[in-house]
Design a protein around this ligand. Structure first.
Ligand code: DGP
Length: 117
């Protein structure tokens, strides 16, 4: 697992890698996915380096609430709250997680498949 020093999402938080930021709070950052899978594809992350959603839940349930609130805010801002959207936390190897820094995918703007995998 990458540590904060070489973590790509920590480097986005630090401003060392550019990203299209759509929302920011004291504790979270929301930015557009570099390879979008839907017209709306935003990642919402905790600024703190926590590897996955389980680590966030264990460390700080208030932070988990804030991440979810930001996901919903993104859906409203990007205009998909009424048409529908998906929030997904890929978690661990078999969950398809590639970047080991907790992130929620907010996907919308097209009809999404029923299949999650
Ligand atoms: P996951 O498979 O759940 O770990 O998804 C990681 C996502 O992160 C993937 O959809 C691509 C995105 N991503 C990876 N590196 C970068 C980056 O440097 N910038 C941005 N904006 N997104 C990235």
């Amino acid at each position: 697992m990458a540590g904060p020093g070489d973590c790509v999402f920590c480097r986005i938080v630090a401003g060392e890698i550019s990203a299209t930021v759509v929302r920011e709070t004291d504790t979270t950052l929301a930015f557009r996915d570099v390879s979008p899978q839907a017209p709306v594809h935003v990642l919402v992350i905790p600024k703190e380096h926590l590897v996955d959603v389980g680590a966030v839940a264990a460390a700080d349930s208030e932070l988990l609430r804030q991440i979810m609130e930001e996901c919903v805010a993104v859906a409203y801002e990007d205009g998909v709250a009424d048409s529908g959207y998906r929030i997904a936390f890929n978690t661990g190897d078999e969950g398809g997680q590639v970047v080991p820094h907790c992130h929620a995918h907010v996907l919308g703007g097209r009809k999404l498949n029923g299949e999650l995998g």
